[in-house]
Design a binder for this molecule. Structure first.
Ligand SMILES: Cc1cc2nc3c(=O)[nH]c(=O)nc-3n(C[C@H](O)[C@H](O)[C@H](O)COP(=O)(O)OP(=O)(O)OC[C@H]3O[C@@H](n4cnc5c(N)ncnc54)[C@H](O)[C@@H]3O)c2cc1C
Length: 454
């Protein structure tokens, strides 16, 4: 336990030792503010007064905003760059690293998990196929087993059952697994442009509090969910609308007094159980809109928040339900589908109907109930037709309109993330593009990493 920080160390590091803090006290700003006012903090000058920042140089010329050409600092260089730290991105980064590549992952928010955590999508659907058989294996399944051990998930392994997770446990576990794998991480970093050389993606431009910087990479995995990076790289895609909702969690359900409520009064939809007792997660479908349009996204946030709050007040007015309250609305809006890659291959509904066998299969997709047979996912669905050195993973891979609602389920995003990570590492190792990468080698490594390919 050499590296473990004791409470005493913590207080010393934070500069608050010797304050006589009693056992069980809250450590942090709240305590400092209460007990010692604002006097315990420390601040130093990083750059001298009158600093001017020359990184920003957009100008207004004759009514047009012009961004002049400028040289960007390179933040880092890596083998595999994964953009987006959701279910697909995290699994891709771990897979690529385990396959021997140097990996950097970049995420626009301050935590990992994407819609799974920030969107509070706590229910895992889509890991099973007819049988019922669990088709999502590999790193995604490893994550689920670890969550179960941490008491961070309700996992009923009975036929057709779907696990529910605790978002905080997922966020913690993802940090643990990314650190174990020794992946370089940049949070609070938004991918905004592609660094292109002819038809090839050579890196990505990011915007953060440190300004606009580039990361150079041999191969890039676009796990942004919205295909932000493959679009910037010049890949072709389909721009789709879908339902945009907002998930919430409600609490104190274990304090409902149903003896006070008549059957007619009982609220119909109160969501589903989570690993936290008395707390449910509540899904919201929302209207079909364009999830890439800024004005629409803003309107959805405002409207959904008003709707959820109003609904909660109605529930609290029901006798016996007075203590129920809104724990939180998801910090991340529930955007389901936006850009879908035009891949070398496309996952289609016919693949399920005909149980198509793909020679380049990189995994098997499942459904929420075991009514569907196994459907193999071809590697070509991750590879753009028109851009090189970039792979898609997660909800933006190439699929027809009717398949999107299966492709986007979390376990299926684990599966395509896993494949994209391994394929990126193979392309780097063999000094080729993902399009040219040896599919038998990708399949071999995926199997070694416990993936199920059908
Ligand atoms: C309301 C709702 C309910 C759902 N219900 C279920 C369900 O019950 N069960 C189920 O299995 N699935 C469900 N889904 C689907 C599932 O949550 C998503 O499809 C899945 O999380 C997609 O994973 P992903 O990794 O592809 O993308 P995301 O989860 O969207 O993750 C993408 C990550 O990339 C980051 N990112 C995006 N753009 C950039 C950028 N430019 N630069 C840097 N980082 C970026 C994001 O912050 C995010 O962390 C639901 C989805 C929604 C919206």
């Amino acid at each position: 336990m050499k590296n473990q920080i004791t409470r005493r160390d913590y207080l010393r590091i934070m500069g608050i030792s010797g304050l006589g803090i009693g056992a069980g006290s809250i450590i942090g700003d709240q305590l400092l503010a209460q007990d010692i006012g604002e006097s315990g903090f420390q601040s130093s000058v990083i750059a001298a007064n009158k600093v001017q920042d020359s990184r920003y140089n957009a100008v207004l010329i004759e009514g047009e905003v012009i961004q002049p050409r400028r040289k960007l600092p390179v933040l880092t260089e890596t083998d595999v760059l994964v953009v987006g730290g959701g279910p697909a991105g995290i699994v891709a980064a771990i897979a690529a690293r385990r396959a021997g590549a140097r990996v950097t992952i970049v995420e626009r928010y301050g935590h990992f998990g994407g819609l799974w955590t920030g969107g509070l999508v706590l229910l895992i659907l889509g890991h099973i196929a007819k049988g019922p058989k669990q088709v999502c294996q590999g790193i995604g399944e490893e994550m689920m087993r670890r969550l179960e051990k941490m008491d961070g998930a309700i996992i009923n392994r009975g036929p057709g059952s779907n696990p529910t997770v605790d978002a905080e446990a997922v966020k913690y576990l993802m940090v643990e697994m990314i650190e174990e794998a020794d992946v370089e991480v940049f949070l609070h970093c938004w991918g905004v442009d592609a660094v292109r050389q002819d038809n090839s993606l050579r890196g990505v431009v990011f915007e953060s509090k440190s300004g606009r910087q580039a990361i150079l990479a041999k191969t890039v995995v676009d796990a942004t969910g919205d295909g932000d990076i493959f679009a910037a790289a010049g890949a072709q895609f389909e721009h789709r609308s879908h339902n945009v909702g907002l998930v919430s969690r409600i609490g104190n359900l274990d304090r409902v007094d149903k003896t006070k409520t008549s059957d007619a009064e009982k609220p119909k939809r109160l969501g589903s159980a989570t690993p936290v007792s008395g707390v449910n997660w509540v899904n919201l479908t929302g209207p079909e809109v364009d999830g890439l349009d800024l004005a629409t996204l803003t309107r959805m946030e405002l409207n959904h928040r008003k709707y959820i709050w109003g609904k909660m007040q109605k529930i609290r007015n029901i006798p016996g339900y007075e203590n129920v309250y809104l724990v939180e609305t998801a910090p991340q809006l529930g955007v389901r589908i936006t850009r879908i890659l035009n891949g070398l291959k496309t996952v289609t509904v016919d693949d399920i109907r005909k149980a198509t066998r793909h020679p380049d299969a990189i995994g098997v997709g499942g459904a929420s109930h075991a009514e569907h047979g196994e459907w193999q996912i071809p590697y070509g669905a991750l590879v753009p037709q028109t851009a090189d050195n970039v792979l898609a993973a997660g909800r933006c891979i190439s699929c027809d309109l009717r398949m999107a609602d299966l492709v986007r389920l979390i376990p299926n995003c684990f599966v395509t993330g896993h494949a994209a990570g391994v394929a990126a590492a193979v392309a780097v190792r063999d000094r080729c593009t993902p399009r040219e990468a040896d599919i038998t080698e990708i399949q071999k490594i995926l199997r070694q990493q416990n993936a199920y390919l059908g």
